[in-house]
Design a protein around this ligand. Structure first.
Ligand code: DLL
Length: 458
């Protein structure tokens, strides 16, 4: 069911400003009151825990071991008493052990890249695919995309959820989709010039690669037809948003998601407020827990505003219901703004498994990104390599960072020294900095793996 609601026009200073302001048709669930939404959540949650218990042996085992039964879920906060689900659970049940429907009802599977260990496999019924497309469409619309626009989809197609997930959402919204996928940057730029898309969907670091390559090819990145970018699949900072918006003269919004919970579109950011992604709470119930000392029990769920690890429970999924999935993503829950009933998530500051403790100092890749973006000769494409040289007890961190296309080797060595000093001042760690060629660091699905921990295992 849909409701016709006008949206606030965005700033007039960008190309996006001129095009936005057209009315948007919002889903009924986007405009519900919080009370109405919570009543919907409770009914769906009670259904989901019972459905998972009845159909997935792993959940039955886990609930029984914890001495809890679906009938114990009487109010929303009771969810905190149920056991967590982790990536290891999905790995152990590889490939289809956590599916709640027979295989012939599974319309599609996706999988994580599985660079370490077995991949995690996720599945969708026809109804799940329809819900997913609806939520991606909702996210794109919130970020300024409208029916009839041309959408250049540079998320990778294949087992990764980014490409096909974004594709189906843009189609469901009524857009013309250009399914370019990731890579072949020069060809992407050619098609952006020829097809004149209004919006681009990509990882933030890949969009920056496109912008840099345009400048290198003598094309002014502010001059393209692009007005909106919907970016996600990896953590990015406000500094990165600023850089992309200014360099390309666009409005850039966040889209968040993860395969185990659905894929892109678990949460999406509104272009008129640009204040973090709204979690679509009619389909997912979020919680925040202590990332480093997680404990089951409703008294251990953190309050809104407190920082911790994001945990999700699906409310409508049929093929792969997921109960209290530990995302490892670190953030906090904030009150809804543009969609008042749906809470927002703060920017993801990092992943709990991405936090480095270097000689007693906590280091997050996002801190390095912020600093790198302040040094014009360097890109925010970097990797952190941790080593412990033979015979030494002290760990070493090397920042491998790509220089910008237009920068000479000499300029980049001075910039490397600046980066080293700034990291020492702002993060408190000494490190080595190696500047490498643009595009030389390995990417997977447009995402850069940030940390290579080569220290001997203890
Ligand atoms: O990356 C799904 C996706 C595709 C989201 C396209 C948005 C756009 P996975 O490969 O399973 O799924 O990776 C999920 O990526 O747990 C976060 O750590 C990170 N991530 C995804 N979106 C964001 C975001 C897709 N907007 C993992 N900000 C998640 C920060 C993000 N991190």
């Amino acid at each position: 069911m849909s409701l016709h609601v006008p949206e606030t026009p965005t700033s007039q200073s960008t190309k996006a400003g001129a095009a936005a302001g057209a009315d948007a048709v919002l889903d009924r669930e986007e405009t519900m009151s919080r009370d109405e939404l919570e009543a919907l959540q409770l009914g769906r949650l009670q259904h989901t825990v019972a459905y998972a218990y009845d159909r997935v042996p792993l959940y039955k085992r886990k609930f029984d071991d914890a001495g809890i039964h679906p009938s114990d879920l009487r109010e929303l906060s009771d969810l905190g008493n149920f056991p967590f689900t982790t990536k290891d659970d999905l790995r152990e049940e590889y490939p289809f052990g956590m599916f709640a429907v027979p295989q012939h009802e599974v319309a599609r599977v996706h999988a994580s890249s599985g660079t370490t260990g077995r991949p995690t496999v996720v599945g969708y019924t026809k109804q799940d695919l329809a819900d997913w497309a609806k939520l991606v469409a909702r996210s794109l619309r919130a970020s300024g995309v409208r029916p009839g626009m041309k959408v250049h989809n540079a998320y990778g197609y294949g087992l990764f959820t980014g490409g096909l997930g974004a594709h189906a959402g843009a189609e469901a919204l009524g857009c013309t989709v250009i399914p370019i996928s990731g890579g072949q940057t020069e060809r992407q730029i050619q098609l952006i010039q020829d097809f004149k898309p209004d919006a681009i969907l990509a990882t933030p670091t890949y969009l920056l690669t496109i912008a840099d390559a345009m400048a290198h090819m003598g094309i002014d990145p502010t001059s393209t037809s692009l007005k909106y970018a919907v970016l996600g699949a990896e953590p990015w900072t406000e500094e990165m948003r600023h850089e992309l918006e200014v360099t390309m003269n666009i409005k850039a919004c966040d889209i968040y998601g993860l395969s185990e919970v659905m894929g892109p579109g678990v949460a999406g950011e509104a272009v008129e407020t640009q204040d973090g992604s709204h979690i679509w709470e009619d389909h997912f119930r979020p919680e925040i827990i202590d990332a480093f000392n997680p404990a089951v029990g409703k008294e251990n769920v953190l309050r809104d505003g407190e920082h911790g690890e994001l945990v999700f429970t699906s409310l409508t999924k049929e093929a792969l219901p997921i109960i209290r999935y530990r995302t490892k993503d670190l953030t906090r829950l904030l009150p809804g703004t543009a969609r008042p009933a749906h809470r927002r998530m703060g920017r993801i500051t990092g992943r709990s498994d991405d936090m480095i403790i270097l000689r007693g100092v906590n280091v997050f890749p996002s801190q390095i990104e912020e600093i790198a973006l302040r040094i014009p000769e360097l890109s925010p494409h970097f990797q952190l390599e941790l080593t412990r040289p033979e015979g030494q007890r002290m760990d070493q961190m090397t920042v491998k960072i790509e220089r910008r296309e237009a920068v000479s080797f000499e300029q980049s060595t001075t910039a490397a020294r600046t980066l080293q000093e700034q990291i020492k001042i702002h993060v408190g760690s000494s490190c080595r900095v190696d500047v490498v060629e643009p595009g030389s660091l390995e990417r997977s699905n447009g995402k850069l793996r940030r940390i290579y921990d080569l220290r001997p295992q203890q």
